[in-house]
Design a protein around this ligand. Structure first.
Ligand code: KIV
Ligand code: ZN
Length: 529
């Protein structure tokens, strides 16, 4: 296999990215981001615009001092002070770069700069040669290049190269270009400008029309070998080309873009999360590569395909971008195949009838609920199992209570159609009732919770009882609930229901040794911190 050409990744998250309204980062946060970019293999980190503020100066010089692998660039306009301050800021970097720019389009020259084309050419010559006297690596940018008159742009680029620029950046400052136009512009510059072979051409595309990544890739195909981009695509207005998208496009579609980068793609998700956290800019759920839904499937057809072969609906592996793993989100669009797989994962093996019943109930639940969690499915199936294995029932209960103890419970239970009556005493009527159940069905579980609620008001209120039993040896718990106008009958039923569930759970094969507690009721679970 022939060695592929290298495309350099120039990250401007800390400069153009920070120019997004509201994305300001503290020095500490900038250093964190810079460390991660460096470790990830970014070639150039544009750390800020040193003359803009003392804070920006400090950030650039601190990043310049600590970064080990990458070049560190400081931005400057085409004037002496900017360039000298930028040079000072990157002074302690192993590989310092000054990035100087000036507008070249008619609209920018006339209204923003209020300078003639000849004056702009002079400033290019002055700024690049001054920067080149201070550092070896000088990048020159033609701001608004894509709206610049082509002959004039060629003259500007030629001037910059003659003055010593090492990199020529071609910004689509207002995100106006289309991929074909942008590729054509890069190709034209490489072909027409004398000395073009001595420099690296670079893309810097904004995303106003959503074409930043497409334009950058088109630029690379046309001969650019540096791409300027930001993590999560943050930047002025609609942002810049997203680093993770550019890099993964070249990796996944290497047949179309036969280039390599130095990026460790397994760090992309981490970088995205860090930048999102420090800027407080959320990443849209469906964002390519790093969005939380990028590897999530809900439709039954897709889930079925994924379970048969991951390549049916995934063009890259989540681990290649550092994302956890593919998730089959259980929701109303999920089908039988995914539901069966999920049950297996959770350790359930149901008969065909029980499965159909559980699936029907799952669909009903999914219709009502936005998110169906594993615990919801467990609760749903546990109920199913408990009903199916409800072999033991309370038939009759008589309790003698009052001041003349001991309190005595006489309990008749049904087990598989056979009735049995037992009697037990206890420290109070509830204790006597539970002791009677223990006598009828000896077990080692301990009572972890006993709760009584009156469902309605008044002395004839229906009592709702919750019992939680815990088997310490097996490390599992189960909850039973029952309601009855007689609190003691409700208590006996709830206890027996918990016992039935506990035995059913114990019989169930679970993949992991650490089996969690019975899930809390939905309302309590969601009310957490
Ligand atoms: O978008 C732009 O033109 C810029 C330049 C400073 C490179 O950010
Ligand atoms: Zn920009």
């Amino acid at each position: 296999m022939s060695e592929q050409e290298r495309v350099y990744i120039f990250d401007t998250t800390l400069r153009d990215g920070e120019q997004s309204p509201g994305a300001t980062m503290t020095l500490e946060e900038k250093l964190q981001v810079a460390d991660l970019l460096d470790e990830m293999g970014v070639d150039v980190i544009e750390a800020g615009f040193p003359v803009a503020s003392p804070g920006d100066f400090e950030a650039v010089s601190e990043v310049a001092k600590r970064v080990k692998r990458a070049s560190v660039a400081g931005l400057s306009r085409a004037n002496k002070r900017d360039i000298e301050v930028a040079a000072e800021a990157v002074r302690f970097c192993e590989r310092p770069r000054i990035h100087t720019f000036i507008s070249t389009s008619p609209v920018h020259m006339k209204y923003k700069l209020q300078k003639s084309p000849e004056e702009v050419l002079e400033l290019i010559q002055m700024s690049v040669s001054l920067a080149r006297n201070l550092v070896d690596d000088v990048e020159w940018s033609a701001e608004d290049a894509t709206r610049t008159e082509r002959d004039f742009l060629c003259r500007c680029v030629e001037t910059a190269i003659k003055a010593g620029a090492t990199v020529i950046n071609v910004p689509d400052t207002v995100g106006y270009a289309t991929p074909e136009e942008f590729a054509d512009l890069i190709r034209m510059l490489i072909e027409r400008v004398p000395g073009a072979e001595k420099v690296i051409f670079s893309t810097h595309c904004h995303n106003d029309l959503g074409l930043a990544v497409a334009n950058s890739l088109a630029g690379v195909k046309a001969g650019a070998r540096q791409v300027e981009c930001t993590i999560n695509g943050i930047g002025e207005r609609a942002g810049n080309a997203a680093l993770e998208e550019v890099v993964m496009a070249m990796r996944v579609r290497n047949d179309v873009y036969p280039f390599t980068t130095g990026i460790d793609t397994r760090m992309l998700t981490r970088a995205s999360k860090l930048v999102s956290a420090v800027t407080s800019f959320p990443v849209q759920y469906n964002k390519a590569i790093v969005g939380r839904n990028a590897f999530a499937h809900e439709s039954g057809i897709h889930q079925d395909g994924m379970l048969k072969h991951t390549q049916t609906y995934e063009i890259m592996r989540p681990e290649d971008v550092g994302a956890g793993k593919t998730s089959l989100v259980m929701g109303k669009h999920s089908g039988r195949h995914a539901f069966r797989t999920k049950l297996k994962e959770l350790g359930y093996e149901l008969s065909d009838n029980a499965f159909e019943d559980a699936f029907r109930r799952f669909k009903e639940l999914a219709d009502r609920k936005k998110h169906v969690y594993d615990e919801d499915i467990e609760a749903l199936v546990d109920e199913e199992i408990a009903t199916a294995t409800d072999r033991r029932k309370v038939v009759a209960l008589t309790v003698i209570a009052g001041t003349m103890g001991p309190q005595t419970a006489t309990l008749t239970v049904d087990e598989d159609g056979t009735h049995r009556t037992v009697q037990a005493t206890g420290n109070g009527p509830v204790d006597a009732t539970f002791n009677a159940i223990k006598q009828a069905f000896p077990h080692g579980a301990r009572l972890a919770l006993y709760q009584v609620h009156a469902v309605t008001e008044g002395t004839d209120a229906q009592a709702e009882v919750t019992v939680q039993l815990r088997d310490e040896e097996a490390g599992i718990s189960a909850v039973g609930r029952a309601a009855d106008p007689d609190t003691l009958v409700a208590s006996a039923k709830a206890y027996l229901s918990a016992l039935n569930r506990l035995e059913a759970r114990k019989a169930r094969v679970r993949p992991m040794s650490t089996v969690g507690d019975e899930p809390l009721p939905e309302a309590e679970r969601r009310a957490g911190p």
